[in-house]
Design a binder for this molecule. Sequence first.
Ligand code: SF4
Length: 402
Amino acid sequence: MAFKSLYVHWPFCLRRCNYCDFLSHTYSEVKAQATAYPQALQQEMRMYRAYADELVSIYFGGGTPTVLPAKALVETLDFIRQTFAVREDAEITVECNPATADEAYLRQLRQAGFNRLSLGAQSFQDAELRRLGRAHNAAAIEQAVADARAAGFENLSLDLMYALPGQTLADLQYNLQAALRLKPEHISLYSLQLDNDSPWGRQYAKGLLSAAEEDLETDMLLYSWQQLREQGYAQYEIANFALKGQHDFRSRHNRLYWQREDYLGVGLGAASCLFLQRWQNCGNLDDYLHNLQQMHRPPVEEEELTMAQCMSEVMFMGLRQAAGVDIYPVISRFRVDPLRFYANELPPLYAAGLLEYSADAHSLRLTPKGMLLANQVFLAFIKDDIEDIQYRPSAPPEDIEI
Ligand code: SF4
């Protein structure tokens, strides 16, 4: 096994949003470290060269990668090409905050080989954007889309949030219609999470902020799914929609993740998964930089997974996709039939109308009702009290020694 998907984390933002608990720093406060950061990334990537397959997906995420000078991103991508084999048609994504990039900036990225731009729009209403603490307004999103098109990006994704405190169905309808008018090739639609370590998460824990009512959230989802379908978008995952047409605009990066393929994540706090080993880099920026300047692997938290854990992840992550989980590859991967392995868990899910098995497609998939109650379904696939699967593939990689 070897990774063919590379994630590069850029932990810097113009400013911190009120709902965010991602690992990121305000750029202006850590400029010196941010300047040293690309070198550290390169050093870290060198350490994993031997474990790389030909890369089919490269993803620059954050944080806000585009808060850095374009040169830093371009040079990092050049380094990746020199260090790893990169397939000619690799998907190369960069996340962008609309306030951080103009046409000239985006043109540099496009010319360097980035071919997919993921714009964090979140809302098209200035009042909502201010409450969220976003660094941009609605006009900046429209400008960023125009700039991206002028710069040559033909694969554009917009992130939208719903279920914001105080948000009405009409607000969501307004945001979605505004997004659709921009004709992005891809839309991600995520509900606001308040159970985290963010300013809003802490207010929520103290009862100072209310989450959206469950019924309203459901109405928002049903409205969005229908609108997106009518506008020609295929829902290929619970929260992700790709424009149907000649090209496949589904996110390859995300699909590899949901199919639980191996991936390498580099950068502050980045997670990686290679065969049965999973690890996460330290979250302290100075420690991260210092270790790599000394040619040491940054401190990591590691976990050795059992085959049973791995299979349960294959199941519940795979079920996020509309196509569901094709059970034949699972059988050949684990030498276990998931229909038998989960023989006690599946019937109640079928009976509740949450899950269905298609014998023709030999796949298990969520029903529309299951998509609404997906977390409830996923819990059934997490079995801690079971013996591990005995089968081991013939040549697992050695433990990673740097
Ligand atoms: S721009 Fe994104 S990563 Fe940065 S603080 Fe806001 S939500 Fe978090």
